[in-house]
Design a protein around this ligand. Sequence first.
Ligand code: ADP
Ligand code: GLC
Length: 475
Amino acid sequence: MRQALSVASECVPLIKTGGLADVVGALPGAMATQDWELRTLLPGYPTVMRQVPRAKQVWKSSDLFGGSARVVAAKIDGLDLLILDAPHLYDRDGTIYLGTNGQDYSDNPERFAALSWVAAELATKGIGDWQPEVLHLHDWQAALTPWYLRAMGGSAGTLLTIHNVAFHGIAPAARLNTLRLPPDGFTSDGFEFWGQINMLKAGIVAADQISTVSPSYAHELTTPEFGMGLDGVLSGRSHDLSGVLNGIDTGVWNPASDPLISTHFKTARGKAKAKAELEKEFGLPAADGPLCIVVSRLTTQKGLDLLLDALPALVDRGGRLAMLGSGDRQLENAWLRAAEEHPHVAVRIGYDEPLSHRMFAGADSVLVPSRFEPCGLTQLYGLRYGAVPVVALTGGLVDTVIPANAAALSAGVATGLQFHPITVDALAHSLIRLCELFDDTSTWTCLQRNGMKHPVGWDNSARDYADIYDRLCSQ
Ligand code: ADP
Ligand code: GLC
C-alpha cells in the first residue's frame, strides 16, 4: 500500500463540529480500497487525549510555537491516528475553535500553524519506515503545510481540500514571525490578503493540487458570488482545481443496521414505527402532512432564517417540522419562538448525534435551504434513510439530488426537490409542492425508493482522489 497523511482539525469519531469531521473520518477507509494507506494527524484537544490513553510517542519538540509538544500514534476504530499533544495550544476550556466567551481564540492561527508545521516535519523526516508520498490537507487549519514543507526541503505532493471557503484563517501581518512564514511570501501572489495573512490563500497558492467537495462548488468557487474574495486566486489555479463529491460512511449510516435507531428498515415502508417514535419524542401531533426535519449548524450559510419565514407553507398543509441545531444565538431564539407559535414545529437546541440518527430514520423529508453549500451531508443521510431531501439549488446540493421535475418524474428517477432562487418565496413554493407529492402515494414511494438506492458511498470519489494522489506522485 502507498502511504499518505491526512491533516485536519476534526475527525469522527474523536471530535466533530461539522461535516469536515465525517469526511476526514471516512477517508482512510475509502482510500484503502484504492491501495492508499492514510494516517490522520489531529490536534490533541482534551477530549481527543482522553480517548487515547495508551499511545506511543513518535515525535517531540521542546519548542513548538511557544511550548513543548509531542506526537503520539494510536489506532481507534480502524483509524491510524497521529495526535499532536501540545497542551499550550489545545488544552482549553471552550470548544475546539472558540473560547468560553464565544469568540475565536486569539492564537487560532498559531494553534493550527503548529499542526501544519508538524505535518511538514513528519512528512520530511518520516517515522521509522513510514514516509508519506502525499499530504492531504483539509481547510485553512492545514493550509500552511506546503510553505513549511518547502522550507524543510520535503518532497511529498500536497493536495489542499477546501470544505468551506468562508473560513480563511486570518492573522495580522505582525504575526509573520510567530507563524514562521517567509516575509517574501507576504505579497498579493502569496498569502497577503487585504494587508493581512490569509492562511487558506497560502494553501491555495502553494499546494500542488486543490480540490473542493463537489463539482458544482468547484465552479462556484471561481465566481465573485461564492468565492468570498478568493475567486480570483482560485480562477488562477483552475487547471489544478477539481471537485470531488463527498460520500458518507454507509456502514455507519445504514438504516438496516444502525445501532443508534430502534427500528431497522430496508425499505421506506418499514419507517412507520420510527416516524411514530419521532413524533412522540418531539411531542408533535400526528397529522396528514409530511414530517420534516432539519439537522444543522444555525448560521447564515444554512438559510434557516428563510425557512422560518416559509414555515406557514408547510404547517398550514398539515406538515410538521422537528429541528435540531445550535449556533447563532439570535437564530436559536427565533426558532424557539417559532416552536411556541406553531404547535406543528418542535425545536431542540444542542448537538446530539444519536438523536440525529433517530430523526433521519423517522422523517419523511429533510430540509436543506442553504445559501451556499460546498457539499452538504444531511441530504445524503436523508436519501439513505428514505427522508426525501428538499434542497436549495447550490453547490453539492445540485450534484446529489435529482429534482422532481416533470422529466425526472416521468423517467422515474427523481430523488428530491430543489428550489431556486434561494428566497423565502421559492422555498415556500417547494414546501407546498412537497405536501402535494406526499399526498400522491405512488409518486412519493418512488421518490423514497430512488433515494434509498442512490449511491451515496465513497466508491467513485475514492477513485477520483486516488487519481489526484497519483498525479501528485508523478509531478
Ligand atoms: P457543515 O459541515 O457545513 O455543518 P454538513 O451537512 O456537511 O454541513 O455536515 C454537518 C454534519 O454535522 C452532519 O453530519 C450533521 O448530521 C451534523 N450535525 C449538524 N448539526 C448537528 C446537531 N445539532 N446535532 C447532531 N448532528 C449535527
Ligand atoms: C463544510 C461544508 C459542507 C461540507 C463539509 C464536508 O463544512 O459546509 O457543505 O459537506 O464541509 O466537506
